[in-house]
Design a protein around this ligand. Sequence first.
Ligand code: FES
Length: 369
Amino acid sequence: MLSTIRSQGALHWLGRQLFNRDDPGAFFDPLLAVLNPMWVRGFVPARLLDVIDETADTRTFRLRPSARWQGFRAGQHVNVIVDVDGVRQHRTFTISSAPSQWRTDGTLTLTVKRHPGGHVTHWMHDHLRPGTILGISQAFGEFDLPPSGQPKPLLYIMGGSGVTPALSHLVSLAERDYRAPVTLLYYVRTQADVIGAETLYALAARWPALSLHVFATEEQGEAALLNEQHLDAVPGFAARDAYLCGPPGLMDRANALLARYGVQEEQIRCTFFSAPTAVAADTPLGGAVTFARSDIHVDSDGDAPLLEIAEAAELNPAYGCRMGICHQCSCRKTEGTVVNRLTGKASGPGEETIQLCISVPQGPVTVDL
Ligand code: FES
């Protein structure tokens, strides 16, 4: 009798634990991870097959995700989930392979540069070996290729490891036998820093639509920084659709030059490697922040986003990319105004979902955290 009461109590307790979770299956993950890491439910397990050296500080990781992974479009990203020194970390990386590879052999590649001060990227380079199981999210992002149909001339302006979405795009376009002109202006420190060199030079040799121009800023000096002459050398560039990805300095320069030449905003697609700040220097920022569920009240000053303010208050909100791409940090704001660091625009004063990593308080703000 006593054991029946105990087992009923245990079942009720388990029911409560599962009921309070977004993904009840993930409750069993610690056990499943020991039995077979490919069975975990909280993310898609992916087995690392190969590690390929691209440059001195960049490696490509080839992964085979479990059958639950739903595939991707060229230019999309995934969150990678790894446990680093006992702490679960999420980071966003762009898929550098083409969707056709996944359809053919069930694999994808992530090309990861060691970022100075980037604890997780260093850990990945130093610890990930073939056979390791890591977690990935489903793919997300809107850095999409133009639809099939009437091919339009395209211009890619990429810098450093920002070339990864272009690798996926260009292979996909070549597979489509895209006939309109495609130009890639690729900015690196030295020729030895070209990522995906084998793929890029092979594409340029066999696909007549592609013009590839590599500018090595440390070797060629000032003339290798993006400037008017680089754009003037691209036939009809102002009428092309443009794709931009790279460090903030290059992105700012590219956006300013394209705007000066009259390229319309809707012709330009950007994806970021770190959150740019579009907030004007004279915009008043900061204010009293209330994390309502945790009953924490703090003052913020300057342009710190709510994610950093929450972490400074010793909260642990979920996050992935920290640059406004993945929506992992989405959270309900119940009162107050925030300024979006990507657009520089202020929100309304009422209740809405915001991304903590790019939302800067403008006056008092209450967040459901
Ligand atoms: S952490 Fe990715 S959008 Fe905020």
